[in-house]
Design a protein around this ligand. Structure first.
Ligand code: SAH
Length: 352
């Protein structure tokens, strides 16, 4: 029995939310605490790992949003869940090349895994960076321009299964040394907030994501800035079972290798938008990642990079554009949403 199976066995039936938290972030056995997730030798590849263009374009988006806010000093460039640190390194390089001098931000990274924070320190060596382990620790140093790429999908979800007697919370427990899903007795107080659905269907909600958006919305309203959320989504949410495990670039069983596979669930952008709207923010999007990157000028950026590239590298750049923007790769499954304090100048990549 692995340490996590034992922990879950001892804890008794736990919610899917708690299961995700343990499997991803348990300091001894959790996936992000122990594994090297990214790249060919890891488990999955994210957009900033596909091409430097992704981080460059997102960095320039933040820079123009900062200019639109009147180029305030001080101001923070914040990334949530920066992984290997590649996106931030690419973003800062692009901003510096646009200014022709130093970039104007205090850089703040929100990272729960000490191991990955170490990796980010290497990627950003020579730069002054502040790390926080949670958004509650974010400092107040002027407006915050916040990037969250494939971060919200790692925040836990709760799942409910529709039975002939109504919704029941899905729980996780250990039976005969094996982790299994079981049904709870009720919804633990959440029935009123769940939609109607046919028997057998699963509904997913994420109080953790709602809390995060609420906290950051209050910060943006009080201190200014903007937030860009990029993540994978799925049609039909929230009545959809999107919890997935990925290991060595393949889908894996969600329960058999906790701590060894990445666990994630699709982001319900409509739910995020509702929380942000209640807090008084302006919500732009969601729109597809492909269309967004095209509007930010990914084709032009690719041509520029290809000027000084070997034919082989040039081919790689074309392939990267395809992977990031095409509907048969990440272009449609990934969506982008901007959250802005009231009265902010319209940012690039969104029509109002
Ligand atoms: N944004 C990166 C990495 C995505 S993986 C990229 O696009 O490549 C998710 C990242 O979020 C990892 O760095 C992980 O350690 C971090 N993370 C997951 N849950 C977190 C939490 N609750 N608080 C802070 N960081 C978290």
């Amino acid at each position: 029995m692995t340490g996590l199976v034992q922990r879950i066995g001892e804890a008794g039936p736990i919610t899917v939310e708690r299961y995700m938290e343990l499997a991803l972030l348990d300091p001894d056995h959790g996936y992000y605490a122990r594994r090297q997730p990214f790249g060919a030798a890891g488990d999955f590849v994210t957009a900033p790992e596909i091409s430097q263009m992704f981080g460059e374009l997102l960095g320039l988006w933040c820079y123009t949003a900062w200019q639109g806010a009147g180029s305030p000093h001080p101001a923070m460039l914040v990334e949530l869940g920066p992984g290997s640190g590649t996106l931030m390194a690419d973003a800062l390089r692009a901003i510096e090349s646009a200014t022709g001098g130093p970039q104007p931000f205090d850089i703040v990274l929100v990272e729960a895994s000490a191991r990955l924070a170490g990796r980010q320190r290497e990627a950003l060596s020579g730069r002054g960076v502040l790390w926080c382990s949670a958004v509650e620790e974010l400092p107040s140093r002027g407006p915050a321009f916040i990037i969250a790429n494939e971060f919200l999908d790692a925040l836990p979800v709760r799942q409910f299964v529709r039975t002939t007697a109504g919704w029941r919370e899905r729980l996780v427990m250990v039976e005969d040394d094996t982790i299994a899903f079981v049904l709870g007795m009720d919804t633990n107080g959440l029935s009123a907030s769940l939609p109607d659905a046919p028997t057998g269907r699963v509904c997913e909600i994420s109080p953790a994501r709602d809390r995060l958006v609420r906290d950051l919305a209050r910060k943006l309203t009080a201190e200014g800035g903007a937030m860009l959320v990029v993540d994978f989504t799925a049609p039909g949410m929230p009545v959809r079972d999107t919890l997935q495990a990925v290991r060595h670039h393949r889908y894996a069983d969600r329960l058999t290798t906790p701590g060894e596979a990445d666990l994630a669930a699709a982001v319900d952008f409509a739910a995020l938008g509702r929380v942000a709207t209640v807090e008084g923010l302006e919500v732009l999007g969601p729109r597809s990642q492909g269309a967004f990157l095209e509007d930010l000028g990914i084709a032009m950026r690719a041509e520029r990079l290809k000027h000084s590239a070997t034919p082989e590298t040039a081919h790689g750049i074309d392939q990267a554009v395809h992977r990031l923007t095409s509907p048969d790769a990440m272009g449609e499954d990934f969506a982008v949403m901007a959250l802005l304090p009231p009265g902010a100048v319209p940012p690039a990549g969104f029509d109002r």
